[in-house]
Design a protein around this ligand. Structure first.
Ligand code: NAP
Length: 294
């Protein structure tokens, strides 16, 4: 067991992200005591117990956080505020609270509003890792290895709490960056939320065309690659859209304007423009992949 291992952890929302982080912390020897998992479904909690994610299970968030030195909120964004309200009065005085939500401004606002003075020990976080699966059964400890985690503490955030959460993420192989919640939301709207909108809407649109059976029968690897994220959890993505509405709208509008331009190039037979867009996109994608592989 590593020095300074956690003695008591509460995990509110035992799914892919929260479950994977706990498994990774266990592997790193950073959990020396017990983890209490809290969720709505006893079946999922039992899976989490059998997978070795949690030691104790409860459907009562207040019970889960009593005496916990670290509280991890890993529920869908729409449930964060309710979870904060449920745990507020039972948090230990020195408990560090953190989250993994995919949008940050709304979470920071909720934490300030609900936790009051205790919000200084709330360290907002977002691991840039995941996949289209959900629930405790989908969790695996390598999920965050060589991936990025963004933390969005502000000037009031307790420095020791932020340093502890940073160290916990680094111990599972992630590299941690810090930025404001507003900047996080703009960046993620472009790199993650907009691509999900494109994948969802492409599949939804084609599925409603009358010749959809033929379309899907002839769809090949490119369609499969492009739409890999379309089976992502609809409830989670509904919440992300609502939570990051402003930044996502801006990204969608910019994208729609460019798509209109591309449509115009197709309509007018503007071969030069088409080739220029595709060449620029190809070079950018090649650089991005080279950067990932370096
Ligand atoms: P998940 O696998 O579905 O896990 C979420 C867990 O929260 C579920 O097991 C669910 O268990 C519980 N839950 C759902 N609604 C709840 C509610 N109203 N109250 C209490 N518990 C509730 O989802 P996830 O992928 O781990 O996502 C969790 C968070 O991570 C989200 O905020 C998401 O934005 C963020 N995130 C996701 C990804 C990704 O790629 N998946 C990546 C980075 C960040 P019960 O049904 O038993 O309650």
């Amino acid at each position: 067991m590593a020095a300074g291992a956690l003695q008591s952890v509460a995990l509110i929302g035992v799914g892919l992200i929260g479950g994977s982080w706990v498994l990774a912390l266990r592997e790193a020897g950073l959990i020396g005591g017990t983890v209490t998992g809290c969720g709505r479904s006893p079946e999922n909690l039992e899976v989490a117990r059998q997978c070795g994610i949690i030691d104790h299970a409860t459907t009562d968030p207040q019970r889960a956080v009593r005496g916990a030195e670290l509280v991890v909120l890993a529920v869908p964004l729409g449930a964060v505020r309710g979870a904060l309200e449920a745990i507020r009065d039972d948090l230990a005085d020195d408990a560090i609270v953190t989250d993994v939500g995919s949008a940050k401004r709304c979470v920071v606002d909720d934490a300030r509003l609900v936790l009051g003075d205790a919000a200084v020990r709330f360290v907002p976080g977002h691991p840039i890792a995941g996949n289209e699966k959900s629930g405790a059964a989908a969790a695996f400890p390598e999920l965050f290895r060589n991936r990025r985690v963004i933390l969005t503490p502000d000037a009031d955030t307790d420095k020791a709490a932020a340093a502890r959460v940073t160290a916990l993420w680094e111990s599972v192989g992630a590299s941690v960056a810090t930025m404001t919640a507003a900047h996080h939301d703009e960046v993620l709207a472009a790199t993650s939320h907009l691509p999900h909108m494109l994948a969802y809407s492409l599949v939804d649109t084609l599925s409603r065309w009358s010749d959809r059976d033929e379309i899907f029968a002839y769809a090949a690897g490119g369609f499969r690659d492009f739409t890999r994220i379309a089976p992502s959890d609809p409830e989670m993505w509904r919440d992300i859209c609502l939570a990051n509405r402003e930044a996502l709208m801006e990204a969608m509008e910019r994208y729609m304007a460019d798509l209109q331009e591309l449509r115009e190039a197709v309509r007018t037979g503007d071969a030069e423009r088409l080739e220029a867009v595709f060449s620029h996109a190809k070079a950018t994608r090649d650089r991005f992949v080279a950067m990932l592989e370096s």
